[in-house]
Design a protein around this ligand. Structure first.
Ligand SMILES: CC(C)(COP(=O)(O)OP(=O)(O)OC[C@H]1O[C@@H](n2cnc3c(N)ncnc32)[C@H](O)[C@@H]1OP(=O)(O)O)[C@@H](O)C(=O)NCCC(=O)NCCS
Length: 218
């Protein structure tokens, strides 16, 4: 892993990316902030049914883990990992309002230069093209400023909406991981999808714009 640079900064961090206009509004991504607590918690408590069945199991009740009081701990551990170059955690905004998260985790450098990506979007915005736009902004950033070569996503085969996001972004299926991750209380199979820099020489934002799925606001 690459040693921290001056002030503990790493390639590609911190960063603010976008904007991109999609059906749901104007999408941007930025680092998490302490004062995101109430917006983040409001969405997460309301959207339990939408989110819980796709997210890794964790100790404690959903309400405790997603209360406003839980955010400062999450925020500070994300920030600490980001400062050590192990993760790039982003909050998605739509029209400047908190709308979800994209997280790049397990950043490995050296001869791998790889990481995983995960994401969620508030239920009132689904189907509006928010996740493809946010993931495109973040993957392009990973492949340029952050100096990564490969980004991997693991998705339950039942999660057709998430698979559709990755299909729009030209991720390729590489295989099936059996009983890979503890999600919603059991070990679940996950499809492994990935993309490398060679797949998108012009970037994913360019692809979305060319396909008419997003526009760069003037
Ligand atoms: C998966 C998810 C991130 C997609 O985000 P999004 O911003 O809605 O993405 P898109 O707008 O591209 O929609 C993707 C697909 O969702 C489906 N979809 C559309 N409207 C929907 C709705 N109201 N309800 C459920 N699914 C819907 C469609 O199949 C759509 O594909 P299409 O555009 O070809 O019709 C979002 O549904 C979500 O946060 N799900 C819960 C968390 C999760 O699954 N995270 C990923 C774990 S791997």
């Amino acid at each position: 892993m690459q040693a921290p640079g001056p002030q503990g900064r790493h390639p590609g961090w911190p960063a603010k990316l976008g904007p991109l206009r999609v059906k749901a509004g104007v999408v941007a991504v930025r680092g998490p902030r302490l004062f995101d607590a109430s917006a983040w918690s409001r969405i997460r408590l309301r959207d339990r049914e939408h989110l819980e069945r796709w997210e890794p199991s964790a100790p404690g009740s959903w309400d405790d883990r997603n209360s406003t009081l839980a955010w400062p701990g999450q925020w500070s551990s994300l920030r600490a990992l980001a400062r050590r170059g192990m993760t790039l955690p982003f909050v998605i905004t739509v029209d400047d309002q908190v709308a979800g998260q994209v997280t790049v985790g397990n950043v490995i450098r050296g001869s791998l230069c790889s990481a995983w990506i995960g994401y969620w979007v508030a239920s009132h915005l689904v189907g509006g093209g928010v996740a493809p736009a946010a993931v495109a902004l973040v993957v392009d950033h990973c492949f340029t400023q952050a100096g990564l070569h490969r980004i991997e996503a693991t998705v339950r085969p039942e999660n057709t909406a998430s698979l559709r996001v990755l299909e729009k972004l030209a991720f390729r299926q590489e295989g099936l991981f059996k009983r890979y991750l503890d999600v919603a209380g059991d070990w679940r199979d996950h499809l492994c999808l990935a993309i490398t820099t060679e797949d998108v020489p012009d970037g994913l934002v360019h692809r979305l714009v060319s396909d008419g799925r997003a526009a760069i606001p003037q």
